[in-house]
Design a protein around this ligand. Sequence first.
Ligand code: AMP
Ligand code: TRP
Length: 327
Amino acid sequence: MKRVFSGIQPTGSLHLGNYLGAIKQWIELQNKVDESIFCVVDLHAITVDRDPMLAENILSVAAWYLACGVDLSKSKIFIQSTRPEHAELAWILNCFATVGELGRMTQYKEKSEGKRDSVSAGLFDYPVLMAADILLYQTTDVPVGEDQKQHVELARDLAIRFNNKYQGVFTVPEPIIREDVERVRALDNPSKKMAKSAGSEYNYIALDDTPDVIRKKISRAVTDSGSEIVIREDKPAMTNLLNIFSGVSGRDIRSLEADFKGRGYGEFKKALAEEIILFLEPKQKKYREIIADKAKLRTILRDGSEAVAPIAQKTLDEVKKKIGLGI
Ligand code: AMP
Ligand code: TRP
């Protein structure tokens, strides 16, 4: 039995990195596996500065899941904090994870750099909560962007550690990472990843950017020296833009390179912007319809939470029994 689980934090607008790195795979996988569960991971969102827009962002992320093609006849969507089993299993797994391994997590090191004494303990513990998310549902496949690989590996390590000590309980999950676009880079700095937490809005294309904003952001995107439009190690900016072009249009890179041979960056960028607009427009329209009916969206999320409850409760009960917790 194959079960997919993944999630995105409700911390601001979703962007093309989230779509191409994660959501695109969810949509493909939901048709191939037995069951898919997509979670809005709001408990992860409070590990850094609390956002006054959190409640709105939670519904917005859920609406984007549906607008991008998560199909409720095949998949469940729900909000992490509506299932208490996540925090409870996270506590138990905390007692199996070591301070050393959590301290080696790249994302924690980056986010806490220079302020290790003042970041929240939640930020340090974040990968354990993520492991709980994954392991509660006996997940086989975790489609994520490359930046989350280390966290999924920690979930695997914790599952194996627990299973060895108590003869089973957890399915050991696999990260599913696209090889073509492992990491969508920032438009204004291809050495960094596209991220919504970026200081400048020229870093990313948000899924809800208007056509004019998209044209402006793409026209300002950093390019490499020279004028060739090719994917090559010494051309990080063009590699990124071509990957985005291919990701939104479905065209393969070689045919794009051939098409734009001898044409300038300006012409390429104009075509790219129009391609992104064309790709986003129907999703934006669907998003607006979904978000207009918040009562319906809340019902979908509540139903999702109830539907996944038996799986989460069964896993947690087994874990507690193995350890000897409760009566
Ligand atoms: P986050 O926005 O950090 O909650 O990430 C949600 C999902 O999007 C995760 O699977 C990430 O790995 C993926 N993701 C975020 N940013 C990028 C990026 N720039 N490139 C590829 N995947 C990304
Ligand atoms: N940490 C992930 C991110 O920032 C989000 C996340 C939380 C997640 N729990 C998860 C992803 C479980 C996959 C599975 O992108």
